[in-house]
Design a protein. Structure first.
Lengths: 341, 341
């Protein structure tokens, strides 16, 4: 792939170590161009490696100009990143073949470098600190606070009061609300012996962490640790089952396996116990600059697992109108095995 | 426009009073269809007015099916809301003419109903309360706090600790950082006699508020009121000039004017004082379900101003490496005049 055009912020960052919310990256043979507006050119010139920075107030015509000058005949692009209106304006009157390749940047990024893994580890560490601080807050002040408020506190603690960006909007859900995999916070209040699910992550130098904890609510001993003692026996049973599914998948994941096999290992544990139909999503997804990358860990994924892949293992059981349990860690494949980051 | 297809969340909400992050809305003659996945169908059936809710695990083929059955020959869509990959899959093998109309939902929404204006007023009121609470915090605890932290506190106070969604990520910028119209927060600390710019808004029932205040920093008397006394004379001079530009534009804005005339009124005040080249953006933008709607208030906008239009008036002067001032209010055109919400 000698020639390609990128619009996605993380795809651009991966190429040159800099990005911003209004840029086009062009790779034309050996030359790279970073096209942006006047707000970002100073920083782009300083940080965008090996790239010629073009200040532009008309991205379409400046990009067309560069493409024409380059004399290339074809160029790769990701049709998921291009709005139709933009694509039509850009390709209008150009005699260049635009070759669609869906997810081609994410596919490039499926194996992480050691440097990237260091950043992902650091993000995971900061994320764990955030969970600890949130647990401390809940022990002190969580009683009778509602999900909206706790959701806000999750943002505060995970971001270290604004010092880190979050990987995504956290999920904070109590009991039956946790039965929705993508629950939005409500006015429901936290009470003794509730079940609380928190799914949250932070970014360190743009690399994401991702972790989900499901916990028993006890205002003296509340924690996000993996060992949880629930008052409610059904909570405990489902929790233990999800935890077993997760540990089994992590322990058995090996380099050379198909991703679908890891999904099957987790799913089998839950299916054998009779809860298969309540595990309504895939077992995991890659994590990197984007919170959702490759490999997908689902029943259809033929990707062969390799060292330096980073992905989540996050089985869950969702009992509608009762409660839900999800346990998620992000792992890296190292020395042929899965290690929790 | 008898037939149209919508993907944008706010465009869909405007049609039927409900929306979610994964839906397609189809208007086919007299019938409306709300296509979504299993997570949202219960709420869609309850809240999506006059719409037939279709639960779908394959949006493309279910939408194609509905289109084929309807026997329509053409359908309007907004090419800015369609990714190329999605558009190509959806239109593949369909004998229906997809007619592109950029911004056609936003154009429909340019004149607000009285009901919408009530919601926008309420959003503005909640936003002002947020600014007041933030000012109170700064008086008590702002000294030597950095922009990252104050940015987080702006989110906390504007959202009423998680009770309201924000219209956008707030801008919190001190002195030379305020010279960037879209400044990101840094570790720069707030000190006595600094200039602080805060641009923030909240949503009430999905309708946005938008306001920018520039203030003199005094830890006893700090406020976001429009009357500001700066220690630094240049701060004061530029502030007074921007404020004059804003008030002149608001006072002179009349129904029947072109939007570009309002832009010119504000710009003339600043140009006459010799700072025209430092007013680097347009004078305003419409506000509604989206934070940026029509009418645009810029030098090229031929839109005729009408009653019940809602837009910002926000001139600014940005002196690179020194400081920036922007003063923004959202106004509604009522009885032929502009009233601050």
């Amino acid at each position: 792939m000698k020639n390609y055009i990128l619009l996605n912020e993380n795809a651009i960052y991966y190429e040159c170590g800099f990005s911003c919310d209004n840029a086009i990256f062009l790779k034309l043979g050996n030359e790279s161009f970073f096209i942006t507006d006047a707000r970002y050119t100073i920083e782009a010139k300083e940080y965008a490696k090996n790239s010629i920075v073009i200040e532009s107030s008309d991205f379409i015509s400046d990009t067309q100009e560069l493409l024409k000058k380059s004399k290339i005949k074809k160029i790769v692009f990701d049709p998921n990143d291009f709005k139709l209106a933009f694509y039509q304006k850009l390709t209008n009157n150009l005699k260049i073949n635009f070759v669609p390749k869906e997810n081609f940047s994410k596919l490039k990024r499926i194996i992480k470098s050691d440097e990237e893994i260091k950043l992902l580890k650091k993000a995971a560490k900061i994320g764990k600190e955030g969970f600890k601080e949130l647990a401390k807050y809940i022990r002190k002040n969580g009683f009778e606070e509602n999900e909206n408020f706790l959701h806000f506190k999750a943002i505060e603690k995970m971001s270290n009061t604004g010092n880190y960006d979050l990987s995504f909007d956290p999920i904070v859900a109590i009991n039956e609300n946790a039965a929705k995999p993508h629950a939005l916070p409500t006015k429901k209040k936290l009470k003794l012996n509730d079940l609380l699910l928190v799914d949250a992550g932070v970014k360190y130098k743009r690399y994401c962490s991702d972790r989900t904890c499901t916990s028993h609510v006890d205002f003296e001993k509340f924690s996000f640790k993996r060992e949880q003692k629930f008052k409610n026996k059904k909570h405990q049973k489902i929790y233990d089952l999800v935890y077993k599914a997760q540990l089994t998948a992590i322990n058995k994941a090996k380099v050379g396996m198909k991703a679908s096999v890891i999904d099957k290992i987790a799913r089998d544990v839950i299916e054998k116990a009779g809860y298969g139909k309540y595990f309504v999503h895939s077992t995991g997804h890659g994590v990197g600059l984007d919170i959702h990358e490759f490999p997908n860990i689902n029943s259809k994924s033929d990707v062969i697992i390799e060292n330096n892949m980073v992905f989540t293992v996050e089985p869950g059981i969702y009992l509608p109108n009762e409660f839900g349990v999800r346990i998620e860690d992000t792992i890296v494949m190292k020395n042929d095995k899965a290690i929790i980051l």
